[in-house]
Write a protein of this length. Structure first.
Length: 86
């Protein structure tokens, strides 16, 4: 089965806000247009974790910029795959 995962920007308290609603609407539209099931993934703290990862990685990279959004997306995918294994 194929899935498209979409980040679900919940508030820190776990409640859905305006952006979470937009993400859910986007996921439904994407699923309808592609015929591929979408799944919303909680993205709380993924940017923070990406910043932590970048800080560790940049210590040996002579100041080269790292793509924060790409790292955060990789973290979401890793978390999703870890949950599917369980």
């Amino acid at each position: 089965m194929r899935y498209i995962i979409v980040g679900h920007p919940l508030r820190l308290d776990g409640e859905a806000g305006e952006m979470a609603g937009e993400a859910a609407r986007f996921a439904r539209k994407l699923s309808k247009e592609t015929g591929i099931e979408t799944e919303l993934i909680d993205e709380r703290l993924s940017s923070w974790e990406a910043e932590q990862t970048m800080g560790e990685a940049q210590s040996g990279r002579a100041g080269k910029p790292s793509p924060l959004d790409e790292i955060a997306a990789a973290i979401l995918l890793r978390d999703y795959l870890d949950r599917r294994k369980k």
